[in-house]
Ligand binder design. Structure first.
Ligand code: PLP
Length: 309
């Protein structure tokens, strides 16, 4: 199957900084494709392939109103000529679709790619993995290939196993942001035993570690759980200021939901001497930049500074 981006294009890891004898490099998965967030394409790749092999002409998936996964699924569907249906949390968003699309760049983008939305209440959304809920969707939309929320399943993890290359084995520490845990699971699976994988959850919750354990075969990893900034998609002035100064210093944009929090955490740990001397760290920039303009709309409403793009 033709890839959405040139998978053989090598983007060199970018040197960021050196502190206390510890050096930090960044893998620019965000540069793989302008519309399909790095790790989301990795996660969709084998799912889309399976959908095509199973002769399904529709992808159906789930997400919040600003979801990177929704945007990526819509773009991938358009690229491969598959219809896409997004089951979106928040039935109020469907009341005036035109207004919703005006105010929400993520949904506007997805809609522009041809995605059809099914807005559901928060209560219904919690039932999204139940048999009854799925059967209802099948009655409504006919046969589809189902991609779980956040895109995480065994095929997604197989795709994320392709993030690290042979050359990356020279790094002692690999850092990545964690949402559902699919991306870190792929990275753990393809890491060398001597490498340490550090995950920075973007949300509060103790369930992540046990979730990750169901996907992986190694124990060279750890979650650093104190850089979630209050929870999923929660931000404060300190984080926004950090993202803006990182952009100014290194000319690299970070997203406020995932990579900004991870990078804040890594630099904070480097500052505090968490890593032993001569450690080489590779952080993964998983993308997510499409979410910035939606976040900026929210920041404006709260009278907080905005992310400079
Ligand atoms: C979705 C996402 C993540 C989290 O990936 P999981 O596989 O759900 O853990 C990290 N970074 C970005 C930019 C994302 O969009």
């Amino acid at each position: 199957m033709e890839a959405i981006f040139d998978e053989h294009k090598v983007i060199p890891n970018q040197f960021i900084t050196e502190r206390n004898g510890v050096s930090l490099f960044l893998k620019r998965e965000d540069l793989l494709h302008p519309e399909v967030s790095g790790n989301k394409f990795r996660k969709l790749k084998y799912n889309v392939e399976a959908a095509v092999l199973e002769k399904k002409n529709t992808l159906l998936t789930f997400g919040g109103a600003y979801s990177n996964h929704i945007a990526a699924t819509a773009a991938a569907g358009k690229f491969y000529g598959l219809k896409t249906i997004g089951v979106i949390r928040g039935e109020e968003l469907g009341e005036n679709l035109e207004k919703t699309l005006q105010e929400n760049p993520t949904l506007k983008f997805a809609s522009g790619c041809g995605m059809q939305f099914e807005f559901v209440s928060r209560r219904e959304y919690r039932e999204k993995t139940s048999k009854a809920f799925i059967e209802n969707l099948q009655k409504k939309f006919g046969g589809f290939y189902l991609v779980p929320e956040g895109g995480t399943n065994a095929r997604a993890i197989a795709g994320c196993e392709e993030i690290l290359s042979e050359e990356d084995k020279k790094f002692e520490v690999i850092c990545c942001s964690v949402g559902t845990g699919g991306t870190i699971s792929g990275i753990i699976n393809s890491s060398a035993k001597a490498q340490k994988i550090l995950g920075f959850p973007a949300l509060k919750g103790d369930f992540l570690a046990s979730e990750i354990k169901t996907f992986i075969r190694k124990n060279n990893w750890e979650l650093i759980t104190n850089y979630h900034f209050g929870g999923y998609a929660k931000v404060n002035r300190e984080l926004i200021d950090f993202i803006n100064s990182f952009r100014k210093n290194y000319d690299i944009l970070l997203d406020p939901v995932y990579t900004g929090k991870m990078m804040f955490g890594i630099l904070d740990l480097m500052e505090k001497g968490y890593f032993s001397e001569n450690t080489c760290i590779l952080a993964i920039h998983t993308g997510g930049l499409q979410g910035i303009s939606g976040m900026n709309n929210l920041l404006k409403k709260k009278n907080l500074p905005q992310i400079v793009v």
